[in-house]
Design a protein around this ligand. Structure first.
Ligand SMILES: [Zn+2]
Length: 174
């Protein structure tokens, strides 16, 4: 087994927990705990840590200037595209915003406000279309019911490919 480097952060907590972020392994531990206990905890989760580190390797870290550029690009591309698709399918929204959301690529509120993560600009035009169509369908159905999915399918018959793509790649984007 090759050695994994990790940092230990001690605090008033009762259990051990693991975190892998930007290529760094952090163990959160109670103040009074044996070094050996931490070591065996890390060893027990070695496969999980390795897969997380592997994922992190493929991740690109952007500078704040690059992020501003991405946000602008996202605005310039996604907003007109959403307008176009909303007019095409007669689904009207009130406002539209580009957000920094990490875990959600888009959302639709009960007040018919659409939000899209700027990170979408790192995907493909097809995937962006899908996310827009998905949120537009929520203007009609505020759930993921059968009716909702048939609305999506009507607007984009091969949407399932995009759904799969997002599930597979989204965690690499943020
Ligand atoms: Zn949804």
């Amino acid at each position: 087994m090759n050695k994994i480097e990790y940092k230990v952060k001690k605090s008033f907590r009762k259990t051990l927990s693991l975190q892998v972020r930007n290529g760094e392994v952090i163990v959160k531990a109670p103040i009074f705990v044996f070094e050996a206990t931490i070591k065996s905890f890390v060893n027990k989760h070695i496969d999980w840590i390795k897969s997380k580190l592997e994922q992190d390797k493929n991740k690109v870290i952007y500078t704040s200037t690059q992020i501003l550029e991405l946000k602008q690009k996202a605005k310039d591309y996604i907003i007109p595209k959403a307008k176009e698709l909303s007019e095409k399918f007669w689904l009207k929204y009130n406002t539209i915003k580009i957000t920094s959301a990490k875990t959600r690529w888009g959302s639709c509120t009960s007040k018919k406000c659409l939000n899209f993560s700027y990170r979408l600009i790192l995907t493909t035009p097809k995937v962006i279309d899908y996310v827009i169509v998905h949120e537009l369908a929520h203007l009609k159905h505020m759930n993921h019911s059968k009716k909702f999915w048939s609305e999506v399918e009507y607007m984009m018959p091969d949407y399932k490919e995009c759904e799969k793509w997002l599930k597979k790649h989204w965690s690499l984007i943020w």
